[in-house]
Structure formats: structure tokens, C-alpha cells
Design a protein around this ligand. Structure first.
Ligand code: HEM
Length: 374
């Protein structure tokens, strides 16, 4: 896996079967998820650079995240008082959504904008549900099928719904972009849209009107929203599920937190090195949750010899990261988050081999802005 997708990453950079997404939905060769080559390279690089400038991995971003952690603890306190059941997924969604929205548009969702968040989240969930329907997948891969009976009407109505969701997202982004007052004299930017509009102007001043367009901005915003929200909140929800089912693991985390942090302050990233057990559980969650087992479908950008097979340019390739994550030579594939598994991961943390899920596979060089989340 490492020799193929990491060491020879350039051969696997293409993206498979993206024509419909690019031409019907995005309106051209735009975005990050569906592109490859120069457009992908430039806009992925730009997004990473903007997020670093906005403080990712530094105190500035930590402050924003800790603000949401405080709010989350308050939410939980309130909800637990009511004694009613609640969805942890919804709580994560909102807090993760606040952080992402702040990075992209410069504001978090508060009581005045909660409805906006609900609207976006609903759009996202419905679009995800729609896109995973076989009829939608077939109509996206082979658009002609939406005119063929008996499948046609189903495919067509799903296709129309997808277009509707897409346009609703684009309308929201349009509103955000128009609302941005950019001071082009200031070098620093408060969010991704502002940084992008400045970069756009810089390119245009040099006669380049193509590289940084508004269509590209809206497509990238869509990718960052859709790529960041549910991946992060689903991983966190899995963490809760695993520890709920493993009280011993839960007790050990508590013991470590009580001993290292106490109850008088909040945890920060500076504590990371002193919390090996909590780190191990997080790594283990990422390994077991294996959130996007198929990754994106890539395409060979040149011919390769893969373990004796000659594969031609244009061949579709899926990195089966499960082969590494659930490799029984590495871990006991029982697979419960039990003491044994956490111990295996714990050794990885202590020997500096952690981050298996986020860095060990194809994503480390090819994609996944979420790798910054490490
Ligand atoms: C636990 C959290 C996350 C997980 C498990 C995750 C996982 C992944 C995976 C498996 C891919 C496909 C890589 C490939 O096949 O090339 C991907 C791509 C991507 N992710 Fe994430 N991600 C996470 C968080 C985020 C966040 C927070 C953002 C942005 C705010 C993000 C944005 C993206 C984008 C834009 C891509 C497409 C990259 C490309 O085409 O090169 N992800 N992610």
C-alpha cells in the first residue's frame, strides 16, 4: 500500500468518471474533489495554505475549537438536565459545522443563525442520501439512462433532486460571497472566502482571469463543506459509541484525564503528549471506524507495473485501506475496541508510529485536507 499509493503517488493522482459532476453540476473543471492535475494541485495547495494562515495547528484555531468545546459542554449539561434522549451526532454536527463555517465564511452559528445551519445540514444529509442511491449513481455515471424506461423516471427525478440541492448550496455560497467586504490593502484574511477573493484579484492584476474564478470558489466551498462536516462528526460519534460499549476503556480515559488535567481547566493540544491513552483511543477509533473505506475512485495518470501486472493509464484504482487497517498481522481482527486493541495502538503512540489512519494510506500525499486535523 505504501509503495503504491505513497511512494508512487503521482501515478495515482487522476480522478475517475467525473465528467457529469464537473460539467452538469459544477459548470466546468472546478473544485478539488472531482479534479486532478494543475487545477487540483493549485486549489488544494491554496486551501491548505489558507487554513494554516488561519491558525490550523496553532493557538488561533485552537481558541475557536475550544470555544465550541465549551458550548458543547453547556449543550450536554442542559440536555442531561432534561433527562430526555438526544442525538450525539446532531451535537457534533453543529459544533464541527461552526468551526468549518468560521474557517470558510468567518462566522459561527449562534442563536440567530441556527436555522441557517439546520438548512445547510438538511441539504447536505439529503444530498448524501440521494447520491448513495443506486438509481442516482447509475444516472450520474451514464446520464442517458435517465431517459430509458422503466428506470428512466426514477433516475430522472433523482437527478433533478441532486441538481436542486446543488443549486441551493450555490445560492447560499453566492450570498456569502456577495456579503464579503474585502479590504484588498490588508494582507491578512479572516476566512477562506476573503483570502480567495484577494488571490483572485492578485491573479487578475497579472492578467490571469481563469485560475481563480467565482465558479471555482463555489465548487471548492462545496468540497470543503461536504468533505469536512460529516467525516469529522461521524468519527467523533463512533468514538462515543466505542467507549460506551467499552466501560473499561472509558474508565482508563477518565483516570488519565483526572490525573493529568484535573477538573479545573480545559484540555488543550499542548496536553497531547501527556495523554498517551486518550491518543491511543482516538487512533483506534479512526482505524476501526474506517470512515471512507473506498476513498475517492482514482485513475492512473500513467502506465504502472503493480506486483507484476501491467496497468494502463486511465485504469480506475481504489485504495483498499481496510487491508491495512484490519490486517490481522497487525491487530487481532476480532474487532472490538477492547483492551488488547487499545494496547496495540498505545504501543504505536508510544513508539511514534501513531496516525496510522490519517497518514499511512493514500491520502497522505494525494488528498484529504483533513490530514491537517492531526
Ligand atoms: C476525520 C475526519 C476526516 C476523514 C476521515 C477524511 C477522510 C478523507 C478521505 C478518505 C478522502 C479521500 C482521499 C482520496 O481518496 O484521495 C478525503 C478527501 C478530502 N477531504 Fe477529508 N477527511 C476528514 C476531514 C476533512 C476536513 C475537516 C476537510 C475540510 C475542511 C476535508 C476535506 C477533504 C477534501 C477537500 C478532500 C478531497 C481531496 C482531494 O481530492 O485531493 N476532510 N478525506
Amino acid at each position: 500500500m505504501k509503495n503504491t499509493f505513497v511512494k508512487d503517488a503521482d501515478s495515482y493522482l487522476g480522478k475517475m468518471n467525473r465528467e457529469v459532476a464537473l460539467h452538469v453540476f459544477r459548470g466546468g473543471y472546478y473544485g478539488i474533489i472531482d479534479t486532478s492535475g494543475d487545477v487540483w494541485r493549485e486549489h488544494r495547495r491554496f486551501a491548505l495554505q489558507v487554513f494554516r494562515n488561519l491558525g490550523l495547528g496553532k493557538n488561533l484555531m485552537q481558541e475557536k475549537i475550544l470555544y465550541e468545546v465549551d458550548a458543547l459542554i453547556e449543550d450536554l449539561n442542559e440536555l442531561s438536565k432534561s433527562g430526555e434522549e438526544f442525538s450525539m451526532q446532531e451535537i457534533w454536527d453543529k459544533r464541527v459545522g461552526c468551526v468549518i463555517n468560521q474557517m470558510l465564511f468567518g462566522y459561527r452559528f449562534d442563536e440567530n443563525t441556527t436555522d441557517e445551519f439546520r438548512y445547510l445540514k438538511r441539504l447536505l444529509s439529503e444530498a448524501m442520501r440521494e447520491v448513495s442511491q443506486p438509481a442516482t449513481i447509475i444516472s450520474l455515471m451514464y446520464p442517458i439512462t435517465r431517459y430509458i424506461l422503466p428506470f428512466g423516471p426514477i433516475g430522472k427525478s433523482r437527478w433533478d433532486k441532486m441538481l436542486c440541492y446543488w443549486r441551493a448550496f450555490m445560492d447560499f455560497f453566492d450570498k456569502q460571497i456577495v456579503a464579503h467586504k474585502v479590504n484588498y490593502e490588508e494582507e491578512e484574511s479572516r476566512d477562506y472566502v476573503e483570502a480567495y477573493l484577494k488571490e483572485k484579484k492578485k491573479c487578475e492584476d497579472q492578467g490571469d482571469f481563469k485560475s481563480y474564478s467565482i465558479l471555482q470558489l463555489k465548487s471548492a466551498l462545496f468540497d470543503l463543506w461536504i468533505g469536512g462536516l460529516e467525516t469529522t462528526s461521524n468519527t467523533l460519534t463512533w468514538l462515543i459509541v466505542y467507549i460506551l460499549h467499552n466501560p473499561t476503556v472509558q474508565d482508563k480515559i477518565h483516570e488519565e484525564l483526572d490525573r493529568v488535567i484535573g477538573s479545573g481547566r480545559i484540555i488543550t493540544t499542548a496536553d497531547k503528549a501527556d495523554l498517551p491513552y486518550a491518543n491511543a483511543v482516538i487512533n483506534e477509533t479512526q482505524r476501526l471506524a474506517n470512515l471512507l473505506p473506498m476513498n475517492l475512485i482514482h485513475e492512473l495518470s500513467r502506465d504502472v507495473d503493480l506486483m507484476g501486472c501491467r496497468l494502463k493509464t486511465g485504469t480506475a484504482v481504489v485504495a483498499q485501506i481496510s487491508a491495512v487497517l484490519y490486517d490481522d498481522k497487525r491487530v487481532d481482527v476480532g474487532t472490538r475496541v477492547d483492551e488488547l486493541l487499545v494496547d496495540v495502538c498505545m504501543r504505536a503512540v508510544l513508539t511514534g508510529r501513531s496516525g496510522l489512519v490519517m497518514t499511512g494510506g493514500a491520502r497522505s500525499r494525494q488528498g484529504g485536507l483533513g490530514e491537517l486535523a492531526e
